[in-house]
Design a protein around this ligand. Structure first.
Ligand code: 13P
Ligand code: SF4
Length: 338
């Protein structure tokens, strides 16, 4: 393995300049083959990153794939908790995430120390955590779920079972509404999914009356109510492939549009608009932002991926005791979602 400069170690990624004529995608593929590495990417990453991956998927599929891979190295093009999940499932493998700063606002909204107090205050409750959590929070959990299997898993528990659901209050509220449960919710949320505007989606629907509205359950309840289909990224993609409709308004992170457009080149996918940001800069001008982009996912670039494979760094490490506790709820999820 090559030596990694301290400058990069301090930053948590390697973004070394490369020769201008380099064919990044083929060099990444060549190194992956040479090193027996599997490149996995979430649908929210940049289109170029998705195109170079061996496997793209939603959070559930990525965890399932990691549990089965015989590669020596897993390169997780996604956010840090996804790398942690892979490392917990495959402790003997080298797990790389091209930028360690790729966090997740939902995972951050659930500090493990505060969550522990919440759990201890409700000792008779089963603890269900969304996969968008740190390993430390998973270690306090009985069953992990993703947006793709949350309903299926909750439905397998006895009707009178008392449940804590964290950290996403929107996903938890949605599962409560479709199952008739009264799970106790932790009040966390994703900064991207919270921002979709009901007014703007309704206006868009007026302009595109035949369009189907696709909504991720991390969105607020008022947005979910506008949906023709609510589901995980993989479920929304599947729906868009199978539907007879030719236009879709997509209320989730805009990276998914890349795969939707590739799978259905003759259909039109319109990103649902977010609320206008109320932030202003130092001069008081409104801050324009692509609010339906996850800034964490977009930290993963082809150049960082190339350098990460070349140097086999940065690696994802999980404390052994945390991993010992966190593997149980993850395995329970994999078992219950079969
Ligand atoms: P899914 O991949 O389960 O749809 O989740 C979306 C997400 O926010 C991942 O961080
Ligand atoms: Fe986390 Fe939201 Fe980004 Fe998904 S879109 S990784 S939930 S911050």
């Amino acid at each position: 393995m090559l030596h990694v400069d301290k400058k990069w170690k301090d930053l948590g990624f390697i973004d070394e300049a490369l020769p201008e004529d380099i064919d990044l995608a083929s060099e990444i593929r060549r190194m992956a083959k040479e090193k027996n590495a599997v490149i996995m990417a979430h649908y929210y990453t940049d289109g170029g990153v998705q195109d170079v991956a061996d496997f793209i998927g939603d959070s559930l599929a990525l965890a399932q794939k990691a549990a089965q891979t015989d590669a020596d190295i897993i390169v997780m093009c996604g956010v840090h908790f996804m790398g942690e999940t892979n490392k917990i499932l495959c402790p003997e493998k080298k797990v790389l995430v091209p930028d360690l700063n790729a966090s997740c606002s939902l995972a951050e909204s659930c500090d493990a120390t505060a969550f522990k107090e919440f759990v201890e205050a409700h000792p008779d409750h089963t603890v269900i955590s969304y996969v968008n959590t740190t390993a430390a929070t998973k270690a306090l959990t009985d069953i992990v779920v993703t947006s793709g299997n949350a309903r299926k898993i909750v439905d397998q528990l006895p009707k009178d079972e008392k449940i804590i659901f964290g950290p996403d209050q929107n996903l938890g509220g949605y599962i409560n509404s479709i199952t008739g449960r009264e799970m106790l919710l932790w009040h966390g949320a994703c900064h991207v999914h919270e921002r979709f505007s009901t007014e703007k989606i309704i206006a868009m629907k007026g302009e595109h009356p035949g369009a189907k509205v696709l909504v991720h359950p991390e969105c607020r309840g008022a947005v979910v109510k506008l949906a023709d289909k609510v589901g995980s990224t993989a479920a929304l993609l599947q729906y868009s492939k199978e539907s007879d409709a030719t236009e879709f308004i997509v209320a989730t992170e805009s990276g998914i549009l890349h795969e939707m457009q590739k799978a259905c080149p003759d259909k039109t996918f319109l990103p649902a608009p977010p609320e206008v940001s109320e932030q202003t800069d130092k001069e008081g001008r409104p801050v324009t932002c692509a609010c339906n982009e996850c800034n964490f996912m977009k930290l993963i670039t082809l150049r960082k991926l190339y350098n990460c494979l070349k140097y086999e760094w940065p690696t994802v490490e999980v404390d052994a005791e945390v991993a010992r506790l966190a593997i149980r709820p993850i395995n329970r999820m994999l078992e219950m979602s079969k």
